[in-house]
Design a protein around this ligand. Sequence first.
Ligand code: GTP
Ligand code: MG
Length: 195
Amino acid sequence: LFAGPVTFVKGVVAMSGLPPADRLEVCFAGRSNVGKSSLINALTGRKTLARASNTPGRTQEINYFALGETRYMTDLPGYGYAEAPVAVVKKWQELLKSYLAGRQTLRRAFVLIDARHGIKAVDEDILNLLDRSAVTFQTVLTKVDKINRAERDAVIAQVKGALTKHPAAYPEIVVTSSEKGEGLETLRAIIATLE
Ligand code: GTP
Ligand code: MG
């Protein structure tokens, strides 16, 4: 699927723990439950890859995966989880800010949006942060198998409208279903061809 094996590298809790910035990197961000782990597993063809590193208590980590020798893919903790303690959220936001602003090799952020809900206020916060950090982001609609054609057209229109306010937005929206496999090849090709 990618050039070389996909492996879990480490979970990072502070900027000092980042692996050497020696290759291109993409990150996956999105609300809790949006389908990040499922998408990473589906993309890599490894059913338990993301879940294996997503044990309770490690949820505030940036999880690093190596795609062969030439790329890193990172899984950022889900945001918008109402039950998370304030102190935990604060610490995570600080790490996220430092990571997005300071990771020189981060080439693109994929922001996952549940196709049933579209872009919400909680998503706007991270889109604004990506604008300020000048990190190009691309929206990925998830769970599209759960909606019909008319709903799909409506959510794409909503997201397109929201993106016009964001200078860091890459205009193409990727529509995916980890369940049905839709959009996975498109997303793999995007990751593989980034330079
Ligand atoms: P956190 O780790 O809590 O931030 O969640 P996450 O974003 O990693 O979501 P996860 O992949 O764990 O998926 C959440 C739920 O959505 C699970 O029950 C998945 O089975 C379901 N799900 C994920 N992707 C899809 C999809 O493409 N289609 C359908 N029907 N369900 C999906
Ligand atoms: Mg997850």
